[in-house]
Design a protein around this ligand. Structure first.
Ligand code: NAD
Length: 363
């Protein structure tokens, strides 16, 4: 019997090519994994089915670990996002995105080594929306006027931003524990508490309370606009940054730009006893079936997955192999070449071959 059984969702667009290359590289570390393949997303829906079949969720619940390719959100179908639905079904409340730069990447920055922990269930991302002009929206506008004495223009759409004590405690306990488990020294709470006192203000208050439970870890906070500037001016002053959902969405893309682009930005979603690993990027449909997209973000997500399942040595070796291929700069996709139209760029599966070959050399 395999040592680990892991759910793999190949994904839409470039997903299946990236998943194939990533699984090959992970298998080449020698870790004994039995992959349970489950499809979800646009492909499944077009075959007349549910984009998130119940057996996908059941498989992840059973195996407790999943690696996932990007899923396309079908437009105009009323389906908000299969990714959001997956996170919600499994209550994957924490999204961890390491921002680590490797020598050889195309970036204006060097020696970046940061972690973003993003709260995944609340904030403006909660999906509580009121469409402009609908009766419910007009009722809400009237209620706001009555309760708060504030006028909201009648032709407004409204998105609700809930931030709760419980979810904020949970994400900060997770972040401090992550810091402890991974040898990190500082946790920074990111917020806009000066303006949104009842939501971000609550976030900051709870963050301060939870920080008392972890005296071994330093704690500070930054207002999100200042954090954005600090990130590009003084990234070395930060370590683990914890953000509500929307700021996390924006700043992780900023961070991806700092470490060389979406092609290498990895991620991991955690719930209670369940973890799902996926790249930051989407399904890049324009590159589907062209053997063109960069599988490294999914492979780096695989590195995080190997660490999570206790295969530290394999994780270190895969990370070193990826770093070697990046540093050599030969067998990399178009997005990692000095110029995007570089004719020496290789394809997705060739990156897979190169990483497997480097695994043999990197010890
Ligand atoms: P995207 O990340 O798919 O692509 C944006 C651009 O980034 C691409 O056109 C390409 O130039 C580049 N890019 C992305 N990944 C790359 C890779 N691995 N290698 C090289 N270049 C890469 O974002 P989008 O176009 O906004 O979204 C496309 C679809 O993906 C949408 O349906 C969206 O909902 C979905 N999406 C899914 C996830 C997820 O599954 N977690 C995340 C983001 C977007």
């Amino acid at each position: 019997m395999a040592r680990h059984t892991i759910t793999i969702i190949p994904g839409d667009g470039v997903g299946p090519e990236l998943s194939a290359a990533a699984c090959r590289a992970i298998d080449a570390t020698g870790v004994d994994i039995s992959w349970e393949v489950h499809n979800a997303g646009l492909g499944v829906m077009e075959e007349g089915g549910n984009p998130l079949p119940p057996e996908v969720i059941e498989s992840i619940r059973r195996n407790k670990v999943a690696l996932k390719g990007p899923l396309t959100t079908p437009l105009g179908t009323g389906i908000r996002s299969v990714n959001v639905a997956l996170r919600r079904e499994l209550d994957l409340f924490a999204l961890v995105r390491p921002l680590k730069s490797y020598p050889g990447v195309r970036s204006r920055f060097e020696n970046i080594d940061l972690i973003v922990v993003r709260e995944n269930t609340e904030d403006l991302y909660a999906g509580i929306e009121f469409t402009e002009g609908e009766p419910g929206t007009l009722e809400l506008i009237a209620l706001i006027e009555r309760l708060k004495g504030r006028t909201v223009r009648a032709d407004s759409g409204i998105s609700i931003k809930p931030i709760s004590i419980g979810a904020t405690q949970r994400i900060f306990r997770f972040a401090f524990q992550w810091a402890l488990d991974n040898g990190r020294h500082l946790v920074t709470a990111v917020h806009k508490a000066n303006i949104m006192k009842d939501t971000d203000g609550l976030w900051l208050r709870v963050a301060r309370e939870i920080s008392q439970e972890y005296p071994q870890i330093e704690f500070n906070d930054r207002i999100v606009d200042n954090m954005s500037m600090q990130l590009v001016q003084n990234p070395e002053m930060y370590d683990v940054m914890v953000m509500p959902n929307l700021y996390g969405d924006i700043l992780t893309d900023l961070g991806a730009g700092m470490i060389g682009g979406l092609g290498i930005a990895a991620g991991a979603n955690f719930g209670d006893g369940v973890a799902m690993f996926e790249a930051t990027h989407g399904s890049a449909p324009k590159y589907a079936n062209q053997n063109k997209a960069n599988p490294m973000a999914m492979m780096f997500s695989g590195v995080l997955m190997l660490r999570h399942i206790g295969e530290e040595d394999a994780a270190d070796r895969l990370e070193r192999a990826l770093a070697l291929v990046i540093a050599e700069g030969r067998s990399v996709t178009y997005d990692m070449k000095p110029k995007r139209d570089d004719p020496t760029a290789v394809g997705t599966s060739q990156v897979g071959d190169a990483v497997i070959e480097a695994l043999g050399r990197s010890g």
